[in-house]
Design a protein around this ligand. Structure first.
Ligand code: ZN
Length: 201
């Protein structure tokens, strides 16, 4: 990754999501633990690429330090869900129309559409590159240069924030629950992070 920044808007949504999950006081504790006290003033709501990507794993590491690995990753996953819902508020007019258009289409088509649109957001607005693969009804979300675990070393996949974001996005598109599991992670020694996606039953 040459440019290690994402749009201010994305950083702002992440902080609002963490505030929603943790409450204001605990978020301040997490920011202090991450060495990011200055983020008390959230970034402005614009698309300027000025929010450093390494701050994202600093925040999730701080969650794990403060709450323990298991609960910290659970909180990150929930924050990923909240990121989708906060981001969707911005796009509510567009999404309301899209929801009607999608309603009559087959489930797999809706799932693919969700994967492709979110991949496009990642590829266009962040320095990460995502591709979507499919084999026998199972989809894989493959990130070549993942910002969620940038610089981390972990004994198990740790991109739960991305998993939550992907799961909430796809559940919206499909209209029911979707299973998302990170099967390989750069922090765990793999060449890329892979999230396996299966429609729920
Ligand atoms: Zn990962």
């Amino acid at each position: 990754m040459d440019d290690l920044h994402i749009p201010n808007k994305m950083g702002r949504i992440l902080l609002l999501a963490l505030e929603e999950i943790l409450g204001e006081d605990d978020l301040q504790t997490v920011l202090a633990r991450a060495g990011l006290r200055d983020l008390r003033d959230y970034p402005p709501d614009n698309l300027e690429r000025a929010f450093p990507i390494p701050w994202v794993p600093r925040l999730t590491v701080a969650l794990e330090d403060l709450y323990g690995v298991r609960e910290g990753r659970n909180l990150a996953f929930r924050a990923g869900h909240a990121c989708f819902h906060l981001g969707a508020q911005d796009l509510s007019l567009f999404l309301d129309v899209l929801r009607v258009a999608l309603r009559l289409l087959p489930q797999n088509f809706r799932l693919q559409t969700g994967l492709q649109i979110l991949a496009e957001v990642f590829n266009r607005f962040t320095p990460q590159s995502v591709r979507v693969e499919e084999a026998e009804g199972v989809y894989r979300w493959v990130v070549e240069n993942c910002g969620f675990c940038l610089g981390r070393v972990a004994t198990a996949p740790c991109c739960h924030l991305m998993g939550g974001l992907l799961q909430a996005t796809l559940a919206w598109f499909v209209g029911k629950s979707v299973s998302v599991t990170e099967t390989t992670c750069i922090a765990n020694g793999a060449p890329h992070c892979t999230l396996q996606v299966e429609p729920g039953v």
